[in-house]
Design a protein around this ligand. Sequence first.
Ligand code: APR
Ligand code: PHB
Length: 410
Amino acid sequence: MRIVRTQVGIVGAGPAGLLLGHLLHLNGIDSVIVENRRREYVIDRVRAGVLEQGTVDLLQAMGVGAGLRRAGLRHDGLYLSFQGQRHRINLAELTGGKAITVYGQNEVVRDLIDARQQTQRPIYFEAGQVSVAALASSAPTVRFQHDGEECEVRCDFIAGCDGFHGICRPSVPDGVLTNYERVYPFGWLGILAEAAPSLDELVYTYHERGFALFSMRSPTLTRLYLQVPPDEPIERWSDDAIWQEMMTRMSTRDGWKPNVGHIVQKSVTPMRSFVAAPMRYERLFLAGDAAHIVPPTGAKGLNLAASDVVVLARGLRAFYDDGDTSFLDSYSDVCLRRVWKAQRFSWWMTSTLHRFPDETAFDHQRQIADLDYLTGSRAAMTSLAEQYVGLPVEVALEDVGLTRHLHSGA
Ligand code: APR
Ligand code: PHB
């Protein structure tokens, strides 16, 4: 068996694992990243694409912001649309200059994998039979098979960054974690189309036939979503049927509608809210989707992964620099405060904008009134805006050895 020794064993090379690995590297802390998929698979997976201001600042300060500066699309506002009318929410004006940036999660992951490979620190792709053990000892281990060889990583700590379906959370003994969950009675059918975005900001639409979202990836790629039943087989939707439904739900009375183009990717994702608490068991720390899932309506998934790992990096830095364990001890509480606020926001955006199968005529009218209030009240718009651009992270960039970068925008 091959034995590898490191300080932090990281399971999963999604945004959480890769960001943590690089933050630790910048603080002189060694790690080994173990990922069960192929490198290309990890990079090519089409995922969400909205970065909060704080996530943009973090990537810049970590020195992995070149792609983001080149191809990221800064949005100072967004639209809410209902009853055939679009209403703009001016995020920047309502938040003292903050904005969001549209930049595909797969691009973020590609940039971080490139940065990891430049550091020469290990990252194993296509690891088989990944398992974690001895979590309550001072020397926990990550075991896996790689190129036909058995490997064991001996660490001081393990970061479980292996997403919702990973093995870290299920490795915690029964009775330690409490799971909080809500499954929604719908999913999103998402497409990526070779069409120039017909508008330079996102449009969230509430329509009698269900929710729809207009987004984008680049000046030539439009990203669109439709509310559908949760287990909707994608084969049921021809490209023509998708475009027809998109147009029906999204077109506004002023004549605006998305541009049509060749569909290069389509899939259906179920929607759930989930939190496992605490986010720690002894020497195992859960971060990102391994600990919590949000429905995509609030665009918070990637951003929560980023704030978790900043809090974790601060704890590990204090441990290695000063033998101070207090920040590791408060890791779960600090993360969960922000996680629950993002859960609340994502649930609220989802409830406000979707049609529910069991809703009454009263519910429908109330929902229209909600949107009417939201788009007419500066107080309500400010509340949406400050949450959409991202609530503060309790840990400053300086706490993880970073300084705010020259190009941080705003
Ligand atoms: N062993 C090793 N790696 C694993 C295992 C395993 N048993 N199981 C899963 N993984 C890997 C996955 O292949 C994936 O690359 O862990 C990674 C987890 O990445 P994500 O699912 O992207 O989760 P996270 O890094 O927490 O990022 C959260 O991703 O899912 C989106 O919307 C979500 O934007 C949010 C972000
Ligand atoms: C996306 O562009 O994929 C996207 C944007 C906003 C969301 C969810 C997804 O709320």
